[in-house]
Design a protein around this ligand. Structure first.
Ligand code: GLC
Length: 540
C-alpha cells in the first residue's frame, strides 16, 4: 500500500478561506490574519468538536490595490496591511501546523497588479530592462488593438499606453497586466516567489488561472463561437492552453517535490476533466479542481455522469479533486438548496466528502451559508459593476461568516466590508455548534468519519446504479474496508434499485441522517431511503 504520509493532499480535506470575510480581529470591518488565528480551533482542534480539516487555502493576502480584491498583486512576498504583517503570517502558519493544519498560499502568476514595481518599470519606456516582462505589442497594421482577444471581465484585452504608443495585454482588468512567461527572467522571478513561501514553511499553492500563463507566440485571432458576452463569443485557442505550459508544470513539480510533501492545485480557466488530465499527474500539477462538477444541476444522474467522466479521464498519477463552491461561483446551497436548504446541504456534503478524490470546502458552507444580497451601491466586484443587473458579480458569495448572532455576527465589532447575510442570526457557527442536527454538526461528523475510514480516503469508487433517478448509491472499497454510501436527492421517499446484490454482507450504519449508528441493515438489491436521507454503512 502507498505511504500515506506523502499523500496528505490526496486524503485530506481542504478548506478555502477568503480572508477578508473570515474574522476581523481589529474592528476595521475586514477579516485579517489574527482573526484566522483566533478561529483555528473551529477548523481543527484535534477533536470532533471542530470541523477537522487538514489544510487551508488562503485567497490572496498580498499587498494589492484591490481592484480585483487581491487577485491583483503588487508584491508577492509581503502581506497587505489590511490583513497584517509577515510576522502575523508566521504566527498563523506556526499555529496552524501545531494543530496539524497545512497551509496553501494562492499564487496569482498569470498577471500582476499594474502597481507592481515590475510593471511600473516595464511601462517606463520601450527600452526598460523589464519591458519584455509583460506583453507589449504595436497596434495592428490596420490600426487599433493587435488582435481580437477579449478580457474575461469584459471589453477588449488590450490597453493602450499613450506614453510609449503600445498596447499591453490583460486577460482580466486593465489594472492586471499579464506577465510574459516566455521571458526566462520572469520564470526565474516567479519560481523565486515559490521558494520564498516554501522556505517560510507553507505546504503548497493554489495556482490562479494556471492554464493561461502562455499565449500564442504569433498572437493569432481567436475564432468566433456562439455566446452571450464578448469573452464567451470566442474559442480560446490562442490566449490560453498553450503547449509550453507542460514544461513549466514539470519544473514547478520538481521544485515542490524537492521540499518534500508540498503540493499545488490548479485553477483552470474554463476547466474540464479532460483538460485537467492533460495538466495533472506525474511530473505535472498534483491536483486541479473539477469545475465540471460545479456546473451540474441538482440531479443524481448529472453528478454520477460528472464523476464517471472525471474518473475516466484521470491520467497516471492523477487524482480527482472536487469542490462545490468557491469565491467565484454562486454558493451551492443557492444553486441547489431550494425549499430544503438544510437537507440538501447535508446530501451535498455527504457526496462531496465521500467521493474518491480530494474535497475542497469553501468557508461558510459548513454552516449552510447561501449567497448574500448586495445592493448596487455596495458592489465591490468589477464584473458585478460592469454587468449589473444581468450579473451581480461575486460579492454575494464573499459575504462575511457569522460566528454568532451579535450585531457584527462575531465577525467584526465594526462595520463589515460587505454586509452580513440577512439570515445570519440563524445561520451562524454558535447557533449550530451544540445542535446535533445542524449542518455544521453533520460536516463535523462526515469529516471525522472520513479520517477513520481508509475506504473513504483512498478506496475505489464503484457506482451501484447505472441510471440514477432519485439518488446515488456507491461503494468505496479499499483493501481493508468497504463502505456503502446512499443518498436521496429529493423530498420523496426513494427506492434505489442496485445493479448488484449486496446480501452477502451485513451493513452497519456508520453515519446517517435517519438511521442510528451501528444499526445493522440487511440488503439485497434495493435500498429504501427516507426523503433527503443520507446513509453511510460499512460492510462486516
Ligand atoms: C481567478 C480567481 C478570481 C480572479 C481571477 C483573476 O479566476 O479565482 O477570483 O478574479 O482569477 O485573477
Amino acid at each position: 500500500m502507498e505511504d500515506s504520509s506523502s499523500n496528505w493532499w490526496r486524503e485530506g480535506v481542504f478548506y478555502q478561506i477568503y480572508p477578508r470575510s473570515f474574522a476581523d480581529s481589529n474592528g476595521d470591518g475586514n477579516g485579517d490574519l489574527q482573526g484566522i488565528l483566533a478561529h483555528l480551533d473551529h477548523l481543527n482542534d484535534g477533536t470532533p468538536n471542530s470541523l477537522g480539516v487538514d489544510a487551508i487555502w488562503l485567497s490572496p493576502i498580498y499587498p494589492s490595490p484591490m481592484h480585483d480584491l487581491g487577485y491583483d498583486v503588487a508584491d508577492y512576498c509581503d502581506i497587505h496591511p489590511m490583513f497584517g504583517s509577515l510576522a502575523d503570517f508566521d504566527a498563523l502558519l506556526q499555529a496552524a501546523h501545531q494543530r496539524g493544519i497545512r497551509l496553501l498560499m494562492d499564487l496569482v502568476f498569470n498577471h500582476t497588479s499594474d502597481q507592481h514595481p515590475w510593471f511600473q518599470e516595464s511601462r517606463l519606456s520601450r527600452h526598460s530592462p523589464k519591458r519584455d516582462w509583460y506583453i507589449w505589442r504595436d497596434p495592428s497594421p490596420r490600426g487599433g488593438a493587435p488582435n481580437n482577444w477579449q478580457s474575461v471581465f469584459g471589453g477588449r484585452a488590450w490597453e493602450w499606453d499613450e506614453t510609449n504608443q503600445q498596447y499591453y495585454y490583460h486577460m482580466f482588468l486593465p489594472q492586471q497586466p499579464d506577465l510574459n512567461w516566455r521571458n526566462p527572467q520572469v520564470r526565474q522571478a516567479l519560481f523565486d516567489v515559490m521558494r520564498f513561501w516554501l522556505e517560510r514553511g507553507v505546504d503548497g499553492f493554489r495556482l490562479d488561472v494556471v492554464n493561461a500563463y502562455f499565449k500564442d507566440a504569433l498572437f493569432r485571432d481567436n475564432p468566433p463561437r456562439l455566446g452571450l458576452r464578448g469573452y464567451d463569443r470566442q474559442k480560446h485557442l490562442y490566449d490560453k492552453d498553450q503547449p509550453e505550459l507542460l514544461e513549466v508544470y514539470a519544473q514547478m513539480r520538481q521544485l515542490l517535490d524537492s521540499y518534500g510533501e508540498r503540493m499545488c492545485v490548479g485553477e483552470m480557466l474554463n476547466g474540464n476533466p479532460e483538460m485537467n488530465a492533460r495538466y495533472c499527474g506525474d511530473r505535472k500539477l498534483n491536483l486541479a479542481f473539477d469545475f465540471n462538477f460545479t456546473r451540474q444541476p441538482w440531479h443524481p444522474a448529472a453528478f454520477q455522469r460528472a464523476i464517471l467522466r472525471n474518473e475516466a479521464s484521470l491520467p497516471p498519477g492523477g487524482w480527482p479533486c472536487y469542490t462545490l463552491s468557491n469565491h467565484d461561483i454562486s454558493r451551492h446551497l443557492s444553486r441547489y438548496g431550494g425549499r430544503y436548504p438544510k437537507e440538501r446541504a447535508k446530501v451535498a456534503a455527504a457526496m462531496l466528502l465521500t467521493l474518491r478524490g480530494t474535497p475542497f470546502l469553501y468557508q461558510g458552507e459548513e454552516i449552510g451559508m447561501r449567497d448574500g444580497k448586495i445592493p448596487y451601491s455596495m458592489i465591490q466586484d468589477p464584473p458585478g459593476k460592469r454587468y449589473y443587473p444581468f450579473y451581480k458579480g461575486r460579492d454575494p458569495v464573499r459575504t462575511p461568516i457569522a460566528w454568532d448572532a451579535s450585531p457584527g455576527g462575531g465577525f467584526t465589532t465594526g462595520k463589515p466590508w460587505l454586509p452580513l447575510n440577512q439570515d445570519y442570526r440563524q445561520v451562524n457557527v454558535a447557533a449550530q455548534r451544540d445542535d446535533p442536527d445542524s449542518v455544521f454538526s453533520f460536516y463535523r461528523k462526515l469529516i471525522w468519519l472520513r479520517k477513520d475510514c481508509p475506504a473513504l480516503r483512498r478506496g475505489a469508487f464503484e457506482p451501484l446504479i447505472q441510471r440514477p433517478r432519485d439518488g446515488l448509491a456507491y461503494l468505496r472499497r479499499s483493501q481493508e474496508q468497504t463502505v456503502l454510501v446512499a443518498l436521496n436527492f429529493f423530498a420523496l421517499p426513494a427506492t434505489l434499485r442496485l445493479e448488484v446484490d449486496l446480501s452477502a454482507q451485513k451493513w452497519r450504519t456508520i453515519l446517517g441522517t435517519h438511521r442510528a449508528r451501528d444499526e445493522a441493515v440487511a440488503l439485497e438489491q434495493t435500498i429504501w431511503l427516507a426523503p433527503h436521507e443520507v446513509w453511510i454503512a460499512e460492510a462486516n
